[in-house]
Write a protein that binds this ligand. Structure first.
Ligand SMILES: [Zn+2]
Length: 290
């Protein structure tokens, strides 16, 4: 290493220490601000706004993708996944075991407040690719959306990387989505292998979108304190498989996400279906008045 390299090497720790001091100075202020927001939000009279920022309906077609809404059996011995259109009999009964069918898996059902609304579908392209889409819409408990990391690791995924990616949209700013690259160990009779997947998500409030869980929580607190309202937030996720060391999944997302966004995110002035007009099937069937 030359003289300049050594000098740069010595300078770096001093610079890092200065940045570290600045960060340490800002953290208490930020913490106080957040604490003040939450304290205030507990005392002000907040009105709950039922108008969501998305349509809780997934179209049958998105460009070249064909969608199939899903239902999940909650019987522990069955847990089969069905396409809604294949349920020719009673769409609330599992044709395999007679158990109840729901719009969410039993694990999701157990974690979410009972008035959370949920819709899930699989989309398939002519080239044989598949992506899963889900929309979670908060109920009266506006803080019912968990950190996505918690759900994924609970399902056995290891998160290898996380990045906010921008996807170009026509006529508006790019859509920013958080993209996780995951691996899940699958045990088979032939041995274990790693199932590689991606998981992209973003949140939609009333005229607001963010890929950041904490920014969503900050806006929730801000709207409560400054505007005295608590909006419903939607958590939209898209996931699929990926090949090792390939960026093809980004092309898949770049094709799919703008189509999905155009179909579900409401623009100012759009006639929104009220909560009561949402499909009854997507509402948790045991929802109880609170
Ligand atoms: Zn079943």
């Amino acid at each position: 290493m030359g003289r300049a390299g050594k000098a740069a090497g010595r300078a770096a720790p001093a610079g890092a220490a200065a940045v570290s001091r600045q960060v340490r100075a800002v953290v208490p202020v930020l913490l106080l601000l957040v604490a003040a927001c939450w304290a205030l939000s507990s005392f002000v009279d907040v009105s709950l706004q039922d108008r969501p920022g998305v349509r809780l309906k997934l179209p049958a077609h998105l460009g070249g993708w064909a969608g199939h809404e899903l239902r999940f059996c909650h019987e522990a011995s069955c847990k089969k996944e069905h396409r809604l259109e294949d349920l020719t009999g009673d769409p609330t009964k599992c044709p395999a075991c007679g158990g109840g069918l729901h719009a969410m898996t039993v694990e999701e059902y157990e974690q979410l407040p009972k008035d959370t609304e949920f819709i899930k579908a699989i989309y398939q392209s002519g080239a044989g690719e598949s992506v899963y889409v889900s929309i979670v819409l908060t109920g009266r408990d506006r803080e019912s959306i968990h950190r996505p990391e918690r759900c994924l690791t609970g399902q056995g995924h290891t998160i290898l990387s996380r990045d906010v990616r921008e996807f170009p949209m026509q006529g508006r700013d790019p859509l920013k989505a958080m993209v996780f690259l995951n691996e899940r160990k699958i045990e088979t009779a032939q041995g274990a292998y790693g199932y590689l997947s991606y998981y992209a998500y973003w949140f939609v409030g009333q005229g607001r979108e963010t890929p950041d869980h904490y920014m969503r929580m900050l806006w929730l607190a801000w709207d409560r304190v400054v505007h005295s309202v608590a909006h419903r937030w939607a958590y939209i996720s898209v996931s699929g498989r990926r090949d090792k060391d390939s960026g093809e999944y980004l092309h898949q997302l770049g094709d799919f996400l703008p189509l999905l966004h155009d179909a579900i995110v409401l623009r100012p002035g759009d006639a929104a279906p009220g909560a009561a007009a949402q499909s009854a099937a997507t509402r948790n069937p045991v929802s109880a008045p609170q």
